[in-house]
Ligand binder design. Structure first.
Ligand code: UT7
Length: 392
């Protein structure tokens, strides 16, 4: 019989630039207030890269402590994946530059799946290890979102920050690592959150005046539209991945959601019927760091003792694409062999799981109905307001 392989998290590290941009600073730059930003998003401050600091530099700074913790050198790596939508250059991807700066000798590629990128990268790395083809993989999430932000646009400039976080995955034969994952995409929402210029649609050289005049090299976001998508997808994706793993929300010790908006996280906690203290939140310190958001929250959860070996954590991210991704990860190694399905039927465990899941489904339908009703109310109010404004 072939030995089963699992991808265990054996090291982690983070890097955030020293420069801090507070809500008070932003009050001086645009027509906003600490009260608005805090109550609408939960953000108090965010970190901004130093002059000349690039995504590859930040990636190396978060990767080194992760490698050291795992007891590896860069030469031991079989692969480097960097989730990043703000690379050093449009071409090549940032991962090869990271590989060179680390002095690693392995393959390296970048995943650009918006804020969901790092969870995509984690699932991808896990598959390489589980297939038996690789043993040691570095999975980095890095963003310098500030480079694409228009600091005169109050609807986006208060939200984002720069950061990097890394995790090392290593092969083991004990149950560990990614137990289940879901990757999702809905490209019909591509223009809800995008940078219009510099791709093939609007090449820079031929459109330079138009790009500058209309600020098309900056991030454009339809905040309310993304908010609607995010409130629906965060809990629904987490529920689907729980089903895939045959687990209930109560089996999860810590939820690590993408840090885009405190209100989105609160809604997810309500929809999961789980207390807020089971949700990792560090948005107040960093804002939305896109692909670095979930790994940064994971690293801080380890540092703060919010999670430990033996725990199951559920991570979920969503963003530009529109994309989303969820993964349930067993930290350390599983305490004991999981009961077989037959044994668990005999002990009643499986029957109990099925009964609880059926009850959850009923509660879910009521809550989904309420959420959709609330979203329709908000949309109707927004339409009425727009009509009033256009008739004035
Ligand atoms: O990681 C990628 C995923 N991104 C997200 O998940 C972001 C999702 N969206 C959001 O988090 C929220 O939509 C925002 C935080 C971006 C905006 O919050 P909102 O409650 O949806 O506000 P809104 O866009 O409906 O704007 C309400 C009002 C507007 O003013 P009027 O028209 O009512 O006079 C905005 O102009 O708030 C105004 N506003 C601001 N006021 C002060 C928008 N931004 C600001 C600001 N300061 N920074």
């Amino acid at each position: 019989m072939t030995e089963r392989r699992f991808a265990k998290i054996t090291g982690w590290g983070k890097y955030v630039p020293a420069k801090v941009l507070t809500n008070a600073d932003l009050e001086k730059m645009v027509d906003t207030s600490d009260e608005w930003i805090t109550s609408r998003t939960g953000i108090k401050e965010r970190h901004i890269r130093a002059e000349g600091e690039n995504s590859s530099d930040m990636s190396v700074k978060s990767a080194m402590p992760a490698l050291e913790m795992a007891g590896l050198t860069p030469q031991d790596l079989d692969l480097i994946i960097v989730a990043c939508s703000s690379p050093d250059y449009l071409v090549p991807g940032v991962a090869t530059i990271v590989q060179d700066k680390l002095g690693a000798k392995c393959g390296a590629f970048q995943i650009a799946a918006g804020c969901a990128g790092w969870v995509y990268a984690l699932a991808t790395a896990s598959q390489f290890i589980q297939s038996g083809s690789m043993r040691n993989i570095l999975v980095i999430g890095t963003e310098i979102i500030s480079m694409g932000i228009d600091y005169t646009d109050r609807t986006t400039c208060v939200l984002f920050g720069d950061a990097s976080a890394s995790v090392v995955l290593q092969a083991t034969d004990k149950p560990a690592g990614v137990l289940a994952y879901e990757l999702g995409s809905d490209g019909s929402g591509a223009k809800s959150l995008y940078v219009p210029a510099a791709g093939t649609v609007l090449p820079v050289a031929a459109n330079i005046d138009k790009i500058i005049e209309n600020k098309l090299s900056y991030l454009h976001m339809d905040g309310p539209e993304v908010f609607k998508f995010a409130t629906r997808v965060l809990s629904s994706s987490m529920k689907r991945v729980l089903d895939k793993a045959g687990l209930l929300a109560d089996d999860i010790q810590l939820f690590i959601p993408h840090q885009a908006n405190y209100r989105i996280i609160e809604t997810a906690a309500r929809m999961m019927r789980q207390p807020m203290d089971k949700f990792m939140v560090n948005i107040q310190k960093y804002g939305n760091t896109s692909a670095a958001s979930v790994p940064l929250a994971l690293v801080e959860a380890f540092e703060e003792g919010r999670c430990k070996a033996g725990d199951k954590v559920l991570m979920c991210a969503f963003g530009a694409g529109l994309t989303w991704a969820s993964a349930i990860v067993q930290l350390g190694e599983a305490k004991a062999e999981e009961e077989s399905v037959a044994e668990s039927w005999i002990s009643g465990g499986r029957a109990m799981y099925m009964a609880k899941r059926a009850m959850n489904r009923v509660q879910d339908s009521v809550q989904n109905f309420m959420l959709n009703w609330k979203i329709r109310q908000v949309e109707a109010a927004r339409r009425r307001k727009q009509e009033r404004q256009s008739s004035n």
